[in-house]
Ligand binder design. Structure first.
Ligand SMILES: Nc1ncnc2c1ncn2[C@@H]1O[C@H](COP(=O)(O)OP(=O)(O)OP(=O)(O)O)[C@@H](O)[C@H]1O
Ligand SMILES: O=P(O)(O)OC[C@H]1O[C@H](OP(=O)(O)OP(=O)(O)O)[C@H](O)[C@@H]1O
Length: 239
């Protein structure tokens, strides 16, 4: 019998909260081996196999159906999977890992407080510098989609996979789009969120994979898990 594969973040800020969340359903995730070994097992509910993955790889594994269930941030799912709701429906929000994806500019840009101002500043910047205003982010698709919806076009995305708030000081970008939680990193780097610059509110979420092979046993395990967590997700007929 092939077990239901549950993908959890292998490290990082979501891992411990995810483990605690499953413990509420008497599903105990124990890391095995050393701290650095990406192995673990699940006890308390038969038929679940743990798959430890980077939070940013969980969307791809869900889409490919290599895991049945996965925990990651909504920001990562929406960025990486265009048609995410059809491929990997949400089972439930998990109530941690809250973070907002936002657009921010230097606090010294006193005249730029809205997207409209950003659009004007971008046109001016292009005219003055001969190249487009650069926005550093790892959320290329979400940022492009959001800015195009709001009529901001004269910009260029600069890839930044980490320390994005530092790109302005480093002069590799003029604005940034990144997730923020406490706001401390923005403040420390003299950045201010545009008043209408919120792209997405994210939190850790349990997703199910439509493309996974769901055996009868896998469905029953999932149903038991949902029952213990008091969940009745409506995932449509194909799951
Ligand atoms: N400061 C934060 N506060 C709360 N949640 C956050 C914060 N930063 C990130 N998150 C959430 O946690 C998710 C994973 O972030 P984390 O930094 O743990 O992993 P990652 O660096 O994106 O992935 P990887 O495991 O590949 O390194 C983010 O996509 C977001 O949903
Ligand atoms: O609003 P705050 O509470 O300050 O948190 C926001 C910061 O947290 C994340 O970075 P992370 O710590 O994952 O480091 P990274 O820049 O290397 O991705 C995010 O990219 C922000 O930089």
């Amino acid at each position: 019998m092939s077990a239901l594969k549950l993908g959890l973040p292998s490290k990082g800020r979501l891992q411990q909260d995810a483990i605690d969340w499953f413990a509420k359903a008497d599903v105990t995730v124990a890391r095995t081996g050393s701290d650095r070994e990406y192995a673990g097992r699940v006890t308390g509910l038969d038929g679940i196999e743990l798959v430890l993955l980077s939070a940013s790889e969980i969307p791809r594994e869900l889409a490919a159906g290599r895991i049945h269930l996965g925990v990651t941030g909504e920001d990562l799912i929406q960025e990486k999977l265009a048609d995410w709701a059809a491929i990997t429906p949400k089972v439930t929000h998990m109530g941690f890992g809250f973070a907002d994806l936002i657009i921010a500019v230097p606090t010294s840009w006193a005249d730029v407080t809205t997207l409209r101002d950003l659009d004007d500043a971008a046109a001016q910047f292009h005219a003055n510098h001969g190249h487009r205003l650069r926005i550093a982010t790892k959320y290329h698709n979400l940022v492009r989609g959001f800015l195009s919806q709001h009529g901001v076009a004269d910009f260029e995305i600069v890839d930044s996979q980490g320390a994005t708030e530092g790109t302005i000081k480093n002069q590799t970008a003029e604005a940034i789009a990144d997730i923020t939680s406490s706001g401390a990193t923005l403040t420390a780097n003299h950045l201010r969120i545009l008043t209408d610059g919120e792209i997405l509110k994210s939190q850790a979420t349990l997703f199910a994979a439509r493309n996974a092979h769901w055996s009868q046993a896998n469905r029953e395990t999932f149903a038991t898990l949902c029952e213990r967590l008091n969940l009745s997700p409506d995932l449509g007929p194909d799951l």
